[in-house]
Design a protein around this ligand. Sequence first.
Ligand code: ARG
Length: 578
Amino acid sequence: MKDYIQNLLKAAVKKIDTAHDIPAEMLQKIRVDRTKDRAHGDFATNAAMMFAKNLHKKPIDIANDIISVLGNDPRIAKVEIAGPGFINFFVNQEHTADSLAEMAADDRLGVPKIQSPKTIVVDYSAPNVAKEMAVHHLRSTVIGDAVVRVLEFLGNKVIRANHIGDWGTQFGMLIAYLEKKENESGQGMDLSDFEAFYREAKECYDQDEEFAVKARHYVVLLQGGDEYCRKMWKKLVNMTMDQNQKLYDRLDVTLKPENIMGESLYNNMLPGIVQDLIDKGIAVEDHGAIVVYLPQFKNKEGEPLGNIVRKQDGGYLYTTTDIACIKYRTETLHADRIIYFTDSRQHQHLETVWAICRKAGYCPDSVSLEHCPFGMMLGKDGRPFKTRSGGTVKLRDVLDEAENRVEQLLQKRGSNLEGEERRQVVHNIAIGAVKYADLSKNRTTDYIFDWDQMLAFDGNTAPYLQYAYSRIRAIFRKANDEPGKIIIKDEAEDKLSAKLQSFAETVNTVGQKGLPNLLCNYLFELAECYMHFYEKCPILKEEVDIETRKSRLALSALTASVLKQGLNLLGINVMEQM
Ligand code: ARG
């Protein structure tokens, strides 16, 4: 409806602009917005004010001109001028009811597939091999996965790229240590505690000279493609990613083993890229290293910052790999958009890589490079989220604790769910709460991890939304009637209808901006509108006539569908009973 009115308005302004005083790009800026107070209509625009200068008229006169050419439209009940020249649109309720019925009959709930789908590479999760996936990886994984689901739902071709840290000089040490452990135990080992493994490997490396020599030798062999070292390296990668896959599955995250495109994938591209940068005059030799200087990045003294792409010893860096990675995503994967979900501290790194790629012609301007940064996860005390002893908090432990807390909560609420159903409900609430707590904050800010807040059954939380859904489902278990024709009469029905109608718009914006919190806020507001409607507009009470009941059931059913679809796009499950 918003787009519809916006287009009507554009056409009307074009009509009154007989002398073509308004530049085309200004016409494109015409907007209508939903009003905050429905007494002023459903949508409003400041278009008349925008063009006062161009048209040499008072806004109020322009507003009158616009209204006179708008004519009658079946979808609009009334148009009014307010204040110095705002135009307010009142939507025809019957028409709203019809469009809600259409939405309910559509399995996409009125969200159209985009006309020209794009190939979008989404770079997210990206844990490191032989390291525990820590709770800060949760942010990239959860936020990235929600955006992936939205982009896919909108009809794009989405390529999930799990850019895992699976390469680097530390692998010599890790291979040597894995070999030592296997020799000691006489069999394959179960790598369940990465933190300890890494620490012990480092201890051996620092204390045992013979071990260190071997480790350094293994790095060289590994880089040269030695079969044994490759095999040991692959074992480390697989052990890590098998464990991470269990976490993805547990988190209901859509990443699969085939989405792994780690740093090692780009290895054989690196020498060619460095040579090409030299040939193009973009990189130069400096004290034996190969360095790129970009005029746009300067240090505190105002001198250009150097970015090493090959070290003196011939080794390549995180930056070099990311350059190759963009070339690959552009040339081989044919990406139209590449979106990175990483910590805001990697912003400068990405900016540098992008600038080099643009300059070298590895990525034309038509390919959009986007960083969706996020802040840190903090404890309730406002300090970085750590265990009591100061270690990194393991994701697995967080999920265990979430499930324990939910189980206790169900006991307190006197839940009579049992067995597999109870287990599933505990899982859905616990995982939903942890994910939603992260998704619902604007990702650019740091966020405070707070159990009590995220598990509350009221407020902007997953349990609240899941509860709203199961409450509606309970109505249908009791009702003997089917949903029928929607008739909007009460103010609460009107508000709920307006909210339901902006679902498509919200999903589109999330896809454009990579901000799932907008969808969270929408769903929260929808649930609140529903709760208000539920209080004000009885459904199953005796005195409610059958038509009204059927209409209210229809509004309830549509709300449940939107809640379910919306939460599904966030990667959160709903349940019939909780
Ligand atoms: N593995 C990296 C880390 O843990 C994140 C990788 C992000 N993606 C990229 N293309 N650089 O910090």
